[in-house]
Design a protein around this ligand. Structure first.
Ligand SMILES: [Zn+2]
Length: 304
């Protein structure tokens, strides 16, 4: 117990330190001159949204009211609540739960102007053809739709091919298929393929395939989610964390060059709402310009 508390204390001290430096950067970078400097020096950019988070409606830690309260306290500009819409999950399996979920977000985002809250969901890819666990009828009620590779994704995370080349080709083919899903907004933590056997590391993807995917994502307006806890998806591989970061940055640069847009996220339930420390590092090192960061204010909101 003592240990847990102490760890909790250390963790919150670190968060305070991080918040302070981010605030310092934001305060220093205001006004038109600063905006210019920001474009010239993307390293100083801080993205103040979290567009991939979970609540008790799937595997998140907190109920929706507390989740939104935290987003307000942390002074985030915007969050998307994106609980899992996958076979076996509440909002996928029950129409009533899905409507309760939307109504609860609607109710608790109203009456405050501190943070923009989007109604979202995270679907999962079912195979390499672009079939996903969400249908257009449910998607029509959502403002921000993500899709990931997970345990239901045949040919990638499910029944992973023993041949690594075949594996990485399947991953890219799946993402190319997702680009054709009209209602899909963003690909959640792309290339989360390090915990399988074989593991596919970012550097295992041929640049030719990445360029092809990046061009299609840009053309179809599909957003690249730079998720803070990407290391989670590589903890069973033997890649060193800083090597993973370097490889991921190199990969992200290819997508930047093709004009793909980006979001940052905590995928909260793992590292805490608004904790996008690693994401910010990647966005900065890959030189993502402000113009290629999603602006949540431009996302259409629905009343339902
Ligand atoms: Zn997620």
């Amino acid at each position: 117990m003592h240990n847990t508390n102490r760890r909790g204390f250390l963790r919150s001290s670190a968060a305070v330190a991080l918040g302070a430096s981010a605030w310092g950067a934001a305060a220093a970078a205001s006004g038109p001159a600063a905006a210019q400097a920001e474009d010239a020096a993307p390293r100083a950019m801080h993205v103040n949204h979290d567009l991939h988070t979970h609540t008790l409606y799937s595997d998140g830690a907190h109920p929706i009211p507390l989740h939104i309260l935290e987003a307000r306290a942390f002074e985030l500009d915007a969050i998307a609540i994106t609980d899992h819409f996958t076979p076996g999950s509440k909002i996928h399996d029950s129409e009533d739960e899905f409507h309760r979920y939307l109504a609860e977000i609607e109710r608790h985002r109203a009456g405050q102007n501190d943070v923009l809250v989007l109604k979202g969901a995270e679907a999962t890819a079912l195979d390499a053809s672009g079939r996903i666990s969400l249908d257009p009828r449910h998607a029509a009620k959502l403002e921000w739709v993500l899709c990931d590779l997970g345990g239901y994704s045949e040919g990638t995370l499910a029944h992973t091919p023993a041949d690594k080349q075949k594996y990485v080709e399947n991953v890219v083919r799946t993402y190319l298929g997702l680009c054709d899903v009209e209602f899909l907004n963003a690909i959640a933590h792309p290339f989360n393929t390090g915990n399988t056997r074989p593991a596919a590391l970012p550097a295992d993807y041929p640049e030719r395939l990445l360029r092809e995917l990046a061009a299609k994502m840009a053309a179809k307006g599909k957003v690249f989610d730079v998720m803070n806890d990407t290391i989670y998806w590589f903890h069973r591989s033997d890649i060193a964390p800083r090597t993973l970061t370097a490889q991921y940055v190199a990969l992200v640069k290819i997508f930047v060059k093709e004009g793909v847009k980006f979001q940052v996220s905590s995928d909260d339930h793992r590292t805490g709402l608004g904790n996008t420390r690693w994401s910010q590092l990647v966005v900065a090192r890959a030189g993502v310009p402000r113009s290629q960061i999603v602006d949540p204010k431009k996302i259409k909101r629905l009343d339902n």
